[in-house]
Write a protein that binds this ligand. Structure first.
Ligand code: NDP
Length: 282
């Protein structure tokens, strides 16, 4: 029995090594990465630069973007440019895509990764914050996808959406953030069907991430939980690999796939264990 369990475990682990990336396929690829001034987006930009891609990065802070661009150039990017934009401003998403298409002479990958800051706390009834966050984390993704789709159709390109386990499972302290991630999974999951039915050239990859060790994420959960955070650089490489291999959905770390698979089997125990992840003094 033990041998059988071992063989099954080895099989699962082998499966979850996932598809392998051909770095050559990214040489000269034209990529727009959002939320690339810090965290996972910044790491995505560095990996792409190392593969010799042409990148446009965006976020709000111009000076920080400039520093990331300089590092991308050192790492080997064929081209590295930045454009400062605030995705809360409804005209910025389209402006950013047009800038990237213009400067890169087309587009192969649109990596949608940015998020606006949101408190890690019990919901306090602030509807306006959720409305604002919906524009930043969700509606701006739709606006960028809409503008990029005709260009990606021509280049047989891809949209890569960085989502979260909190867009698959409900958890305390993240009501506005979680709403935007559920919305993303619903919207881009539907779009995947529609593009396939229309025999579109464009692939959509939805990346579902667990806790990653970016400064902003660790700062938020500090004092609430000790759950392990996974490295941002590895998460970034996983996102690039999933997009370049045109996977429909991918999970990092891989085991969260099984958590989502069995999510609704034992709801009582699931909800108890989710609450037990967190320290909370009533
Ligand atoms: P960070 O908070 O480190 O980075 C967020 C990025 O978005 C920054 O570049 C920030 O730059 C930019 N940004 C913030 N507000 C705006 C705005 N209004 N307009 C444009 N850009 C903005 O996030 P992470 O790297 O931790 O997360 C990246 C992605 O990974 C997100 O989609 C997140 O949901 C997902 N994820 C992360 C997890 C984690 O544990 N870290 C877990 C699961 C998913 P600037 O301030 O310069 O604008």
């Amino acid at each position: 029995k033990l041998v059988l369990v071992g063989v099954a475990a080895a099989f699962v682990a082998f499966q979850w090594r996932g598809p392998t990336l051909d770095p050559e396929s990214l040489k000269g690829a034209r990529v727009l990465v959002t939320g690339a001034s810090t965290g996972i987006g910044e790491q995505i930009a560095y990996h792409l630069a190392g593969f010799g891609a042409k990148v446009v990065i965006t976020a709000r802070r111009e000076k920080v973007l400039q520093q990331v661009v300089e590092k991308c150039q050192v790492l080997g990017a064929q081209k590295a440019l930045h454009i400062a934009a605030d995705m809360a401003n409804p005209s910025d998403p389209e402006r950013v895509v047009k800038f990237a298409v213009d400067k890169l002479g087309g587009l192969d990958y649109l990596v949608l990764n940015h998020i606006g800051p949101s408190p890690f706390a019990m919901w306090d009834g602030d509807v306006e914050h959720t409305r604002w966050l919906m524009q930043v984390n969700f509606l701006s993704y739709l606006q960028m996808a809409k503008t990029a789709l005709p260009v990606l159709e021509q280049s047989k390109g891809s949209i890569v959406v960085v989502s979260s386990l909190l867009g698959k499972m409900c958890s305390p302290f993240v009501a506005p953030y979680s709403s935007t991630k559920f919305a993303l999974n619903g919207f881009f999951g539907t779009l995947q069907h529609e593009l396939a039915m229309q025999r579109s050239n464009v692939s959509i990859t939805i990346c579902v991430l667990g806790l990653i060790d970016t400064d902003s994420a660790l700062e938020k959960v500090k004092g609430f939980t000790n759950i392990q955070a996974w490295p941002a650089s590895e998460a970034a490489l996983h996102i690039i690999t999933s997009g370049a291999t045109r996977e429909a959905e991918s999970y990092y770390p891989w085991f969260w796939y099984y958590t989502c698979l069995f999510r609704d089997w034992f709801p009582y125990f699931r909800d108890r264990s989710i609450r037990n992840f967190y320290e909370y003094e009533h």
